[in-house]
Design a protein around this ligand. Structure first.
Ligand code: NAD
Length: 253
């Protein structure tokens, strides 16, 4: 158990797969109680089963992050289950674009913004309220390198991830004196289903993805989880409002 994680309870949204599952497993390995949340019940229960099989403590609460009532119930569920919420990782996100900006559709725009922006805002709103009531906490939002610069053929996604950083920075300033730290992590291409789906749709995208990282490979989910746990830890007690690239050097250009 890490001395640097003084809190006991972590919530991870979008934790049925990919980066979210890796973050949930990492918290559990550090001995934290984990609330695993997702719209995918089977995947979420799978994450809980993996945590329990390794001797950890977790439970699944289904939540669509685009629905205020469901997010409110999720945060209340954390309190009911484990009494508090020390760490919240707002990771649920989607990308469904297939072309350039002028090829995008209204329904793509609405769907991406609903999950990636409204979802993160709703989660922060309810998590912060609980953290203020209990005296503090740490939140990490999963943005992207697409939140720091251009993302060709992913313009709506890029706008949504820039918005996540705007929410992160503003809230970090608003709640800095209240012992609630709020940071973002900006991964480059990470080996998950999201990347594999994009690679199937556009094989050239996959090829380009391999070439844009100065370290010469795409990232691993565990490498994103490690950055998230650092930002939650007491080692990052003086760090709030940052957007930390985990990008194999991509944004160094
Ligand atoms: P993924 O598709 O493997 O997992 C995303 C999870 O979010 C899924 O389990 C899905 O069911 C869940 N989800 C989708 N909509 C939801 C909703 N409305 N409510 C609750 N849960 C919902 O994706 P991933 O690659 O693990 O991505 C996780 C996060 O990391 C996303 O925010 C993504 O934008 C970001 N990201 C991913 C990469 C990458 O290369 N994979 C790079 C940068 C940022």
């Amino acid at each position: 158990m890490s001395a640097f994680l003084s809190g006991q309870v972590a919530l991870v949204t979008g934790a049925a797969a990919g980066i979210g599952r890796a973050i949930a497993l990492a918290f559990a390995r550090e001995g934290r109680k984990v609330v695993v949340s997702d719209v995918d019940t089977a995947g979420g229960e799978g994450t809980v089963a993996q945590i329990r099989a390794a001797g950890g403590e977790a439970r699944f609460i289904r939540c669509d992050v685009t629905r205020d009532a469901e997010v409110r119930a999720l945060v209340e569920g954390c309190k009911e289950a484990y009494g508090r919420l020390d760490y919240a990782v707002n990771n649920a996100g989607i990308e469904i674009e297939k072309g350039k900006l002028a090829d995008g559709t209204e329904s793509e725009f609405d769907a991406i913004m609903a999950v990636n922006v409204k979802g993160v805002w709703l989660c922060m709103k309810h998590e912060i309220a609980l953290m203020l009531a209990q005296g503090g906490g740490a939140i990490v939002n999963i943005s992207s390198v697409a939140g720091l610069g251009a993302a060709p053929k992913m313009s709506i996604y890029a706008a949504s991830k820039h918005a996540v950083i705007g929410l992160t920075r503003s809230a970090a300033v608003e709640y800095g004196k209240k012992n609630v730290r709020i940071n973002a992590v900006c991964p480059a291409v990470i080996d998950t289903d999201m990347f594999r789906r994009a690679a199937e749709t556009d094989p050239r995208k996959a090829q380009i993805a391999l070439s844009v990282h100065p370290v010469g490979r795409i990232g691993k989910v565990e490498e994103v989880a490690a950055a998230v746990l650092y930002l939650c830890s007491d080692a990052a007690a003086f760090t709030t409002g940052v957007a930390l690239p985990v990008d194999g050097g991509q944004t160094a250009f």
